[in-house]
Structure formats: structure tokens, C-alpha cells
Design a protein around this ligand. Structure first.
Ligand code: ZN
Length: 124
């Protein structure tokens, strides 16, 4: 994927690591390979991230007022986060802490933004 910026690149890496942790534990695959469903999930997550209407202002997904995942993938995301969330602190402490700090970012729902603010968000 295009490295949008450092923070979003790191967020993407966090997502990849969380899916790997989950898939390697639950679907019995070799380290750093994914089963077909988890790979599909990750491909889907990549598209959602690229299309995030907040662009570089993107909050963490847990703090986002828009729920952009379709129901099946949203359910999968929940299972993955529930499994990998608590384990990230031990396996990838830097990513886990960075994600925690990103969690303090707040955004408005797009309907609450003016047209100017939306245009500016897209330029950055
Ligand atoms: Zn899997």
C-alpha cells in the first residue's frame, strides 16, 4: 500500500500484526502466513484504510464515528481485536503503545464538518 504517512503506516503494520497473531493461533498456519479468510480480511481492511474519509486525520477505528466495515468483516475484526489486542503489548509493545496514544485523537463525524473542512482534509 502507499505509505500515506508514518502514523498511518504504523497503524497498518499494527493491523497486519494483529491479524497474524490471531490467524497463527487460531488457524494453525506457519508464522507470518495467513489463511485465505484472514488474507481476504486484510485486503478488505487495506481498502477501507485507503478510502478512509478522514485521510491523514484518521482516528483509530475504535474511536471512529463512522462504521465503514461491512457486517461480516466487522465481526471478524472484532474477533481479531479481542484475541490480539491484549497480546500486542507483549509481542509488539511499541505498536501497542503507539496505538494507545493514537486513541486520544478525536474527529468529527463528516456530517458535522463544513464543506471547507472536508476539502482541506482531503488535500492533506
Ligand atoms: Zn486465518
Amino acid at each position: 500500500m502507499n505509505p500515506l504517512n508514518r502514523r498511518l503506516g504504523r497503524e497498518w503494520l499494527t493491523m497486519v500484526k494483529m491479524v497474524e497473531l490471531y490467524c497463527n493461533a487460531r488457524h494453525a498456519h506457519a508464522e507470518s502466513t495467513l489463511c485465505r479468510e484472514c488474507q481476504e480480511f486484510l485486503d478488505y481492511a487495506e481498502v477501507r484504510l485507503q478510502k478512509c474519509p478522514y485521510g491523514l486525520d484518521k482516528p483509530t477505528c475504535a474511536n471512529c464515528p463512522i462504521h465503514c466495515y461491512k457486517p461480516g468483516q466487522r465481526a471478524r475484526a472484532k474477533m481479531i481485536m479481542r484475541y490480539s489486542g491484549p497480546r500486542m503489548l507483549f509481542r509488539h509493545p511499541y505498536l501497542a503503545i503507539a496505538h494507545k496514544l493514537d486513541g486520544f485523537r478525536r474527529v468529527w463525524h463528516p456530517r458535522e464538518l463544513t464543506r471547507d473542512q472536508r476539502a482541506k482534509a482531503r488535500e492533506r
